[in-house]
Design a protein around this ligand. Structure first.
Ligand code: ADP
Length: 712
């Protein structure tokens, strides 16, 4: 049956009839099957007993169509027919007449059902096959469309790629050719520029040098001329000439430095130097300018920073001085700090950070970028307010870089600037024979022998509120090379600075605002006792010239006292005394020394106080001319209000200033006011104030004459 099924799946209707017949005859040979097709064609077994003529055929079609299965007996043969409707044919079966008709019907019925099933199956297969073919066709169609499209795109892309690559290649070729041309041109221009630059630098270096020598000559001769006799007018012009020459020399020096560095002509030295002394010297140089602008200056040296170094102190000084000088120039109030800290230490190499911090005008972010360029000043309009060449920072940067370091700035407008630079130094091999204290002071070393040289140099704290006294004391200390000075404006500040600084000695004014010198001394002494540390020498500065004043100062813990106006020799001697260097000779009573002198000013004494310096006298003159009047007005008001303490304080202050000007008569008048405040009797005060006012005018006139006529 499997073969049968297998074969009929493949065939058409006629073939199917044939196949069916063949299968039936083969499988059931005893029943002799035939088939009559709709087209009257007959597929009849040869062994059939019954001949199926047209008449019988018609009878069979008619009966079978109606009943589907028709059985008739002809002669002794049973003839059974059934319609194979789907095959449009009749199946005829010759059976023995003995068979019962029910069996026959069942058998035939089963055969028909089987045939129908087979037909349906076949039909379904045909349909599925057709569908499959259609799908296949559709898919093949789609694939071929896709393939076509893909091919088209591929070809298009290949074409485009080829075009692009050709275009690109030609563009590259064109650009390469152009670049080559530009490079060649640049190379020649560069060589030309380099040659021109070298020539320019050398020319500048040579020219600057050539100009410098005669300029120094000009300044030298002006100095000589100034020492000879000239009219005041001629002297004035000579001084203007000297100022202009010095300004020109500064510009030339800057240009010389700049062009020397640019031309690679500047060598960096490797010398032993002591950073502590180096910083002290910076402070000495800068402090006068700082002082003139009423600023403060601090050196802060990190405690872990090694100070005996090998480097180029001359160039380092140039760098720090440029930065400090700018800070002073661009700061009108507050302070300038020169700070050195340790960044790293590897073997004998130390990396230090230098910072120059100020509270000046600052520089806005958008202007900082051009700072280190030559001839650049942040704001051109500023050049009129602040003179300068605009070369300082360019030189500073070059020097730092030449020494292998880097430089930068942090600044905020109207708040201040911090210029910093980092540099590496080699540490000196320290001779172990000397104590660390000796090593931290300057010394000259030869053949391993140290010779302590600088008279001794002290860190001095000056507690003084009066400007003239400050100027005189600082100037005197510098002239005497006694060391460096930092100023506290009152006793409280002095105590604070004593705690945070590292001072050898304090010069303490007795009367100061906020906290008096006596109270400040007491506080310092209490602290020292509590901490069990050595007492710092404190010298009282006082306008009180009486013997019993000394006792008062000594009893509150001061070591010595010196009366104002301080004189060079007296100051030097007393400092040496308290520092244990030489015996002290007490100066003669100041009251005696001013006796029997006439005129508003004792000229000899003034000369001594001003150490012969006319510029110092001019500064004091300026300060006095602007301060005496407000002081007198204040005293007058205090008299009106019977504020005796205030009269005493202000009269004392005025007396201090007058003493520095050796204004012998006015000193007495100020003392009278002081006494009146003590006795609380101010009946005569107005009269004395008027006299004093007049006398101050005399003093100013006298000072003016002294300054103008070069009496010093
Ligand atoms: P100059 O000789 O003109 O001072 P510098 O090169 O030293 O030349 O400085 C260039 C400019 O940088 C100055 O003119 C000033 O505008 C600005 N400058 C430098 N230092 C400071 C500072 N500490 N505070 C504010 N501005 C500064």
């Amino acid at each position: 049956m499997d073969d049968f099924l297998g074969s009929i799946f493949q065939e058409s209707d006629i073939d199917l009839n044939r196949q069916l017949l063949k299968s039936l005859n083969e499988n059931i040979p005893q029943y002799k099957f035939s088939i009559i097709l709709e087209s009257s064609e007959k597929i009849i077994s040869k062994t059939h007993k019954i001949e199926i003529d047209d008449l019988l055929e018609k009878k069979l079609w008619d009966n079978t169509i109606n009943k589907q299965t028709y059985i008739c007996v002809i002669e002794d043969v049973m003839l059974c027919s059934l319609q194979l409707e789907k095959m449009r044919s009749l199946l005829i079966c010759e059976l023995p007449a003995t068979l019962d008709t029910v069996t026959v019907k069942t058998m035939i019925g089963s055969t028909v059902a089987l045939c129908e099933k087979l037909f349906n199956k076949d039909k379904q297969l045909i349909d599925e096959n057709e569908l499959l073919q259609a799908h296949k066709k559709q898919r093949d169609g789609k694939i071929s469309v896709l393939e076509k499209k893909y091919q088209e795109i591929l070809i298009k892309n290949q074409k485009q790629n080829a075009e692009y690559s050709n275009q690109l290649q030609s563009e590259i070729q064109q650009q390469t050719a152009e670049l080559k041309k530009i490079n060649e041109a640049l190379f020649f221009s560069k060589r030309k520029a380099e040659a021109a630059n070298i020539a320019k630098d050398q020319f500048l270096a040579n020219m600057s040098h050539e100009i410098r020598s005669p300029m120094n000559g000009v300044i030298g001769f002006i100095d000589i001329l100034l020492d000879t006799d000239f009219s005041e007018e001629q002297r004035h012009y000579l001084k203007l000439m000297k100022n202009s020459s010095e300004a020109l020399l500064k510009v030339i020096n800057d240009i010389l430095d700049y062009s020397k560095i640019e031309a690679g002509k500047l060598d960096i030295e490797k010398l032993d130097f002591d950073l502590k002394i180096f910083l002290d010297e910076i402070s000495d140089i800068i402090s006068i300018n700082v002082f003139e602008k009423d600023l403060t200056f601090d050196n802060i040296l990190g405690s872990d920073v090694p100070t005996l170094l090998i480097g180029d102190p001359v160039r380092l000084r140039q760098i720090v001085m440029n930065l400090c000088g700018n800070s002073v120039k661009f700061t009108s109030k507050g302070k300038i700090v020169n700070k050195v800290s340790l960044l790293s230490q590897k073997g004998s190499i130390v990396k230090l950070k230098f910072e120059v911090i100020d509270t000046g005008i600052g520089i806005s972010k958008d202007r900082q970028y051009k700072l280190f360029r030559p001839f650049s000043q942040v704001d051109d309009s500023m050049t009129r307010t602040y003179e300068g060449t605009g070369l300082g920072l360019a030189i500073t940067k070059q020097l730092v870089e030449l020494m292998g370091g880097e430089i930068g700035i942090e600044s905020e407008e109207n708040k201040g600037s911090t210029f910093w630079f980092n540099l590496e130094f080699e540490k000196q091999k320290i001779n172990k024979a000397f104590s660390p204290e000796q090593q931290s002071k300057s010394y000259i070393e030869s053949d391993n022998t140290a010779v302590i040289s600088e008279p001794r140099h002290y860190n001095i704290l000056l507690a003084e509120d009066d400007k003239i006294n400050q100027i005189i004391a600082v100037n005197m200390i510098k002239k005497l090379s006694l060391g460096q000075v930092e100023i506290a404006q009152n006793g409280k500040k002095a105590v604070e600075m004593y705690h945070s600084g590292n001072f050898d000695l304090i010069l303490m004014d007795g009367q100061m605002p906020v906290m008096s010198g006596i109270d400040a001394t007491k506080e310092i002494r209490t602290f020292e006792k509590k901490k069990n540390i050595p007492a710092i020498p404190i010298i009282a500065l006082t306008a009180h010239a009486m013997k019993h004043d000394r006792a008062l100062f000594i009893s509150c813990g001061m070591d010595e006292y010196i009366t104002k106006p301080i004189k060079s020799k007296g100051l030097k001697d007393i400092i040496h005394k308290v520092m244990g260097e030489i015996p002290y000779v007490e100066p003669e009573n100041e009251e005696k020394s001013v006796k029997d002198k006439q005129g508003p000013i004792n000229l000899n004494e003034l000369k001594e106080i001003m150490t012969g310096s006319k510029s110092l006298l001019s500064k004091c003159f300026k300060t006095f001319s602007s301060t005496y009047k407000p002081l007198l007005d204040c005293i007058e008001e205090c008299v009106r209000e019977n504020d005796y303490a205030c009269i005493k304080k202000k009269a004392h202050k005025l007396k201090g200033q007058l003493k520095y000007l050796a204004a012998q008569n006015a000193i007495k008048m100020a003392e009278q006011l002081e006494s009146m405040s003590v006795s609380k009797n101010t009946n005569e005060a107005d009269k004395v104030i008027n006299q004093l006012n007049e006398e101050c005018n005399n003093i100013l006139n006298a000072l003016e004459t002294i300054i103008e006529q070069e009496i010093f």
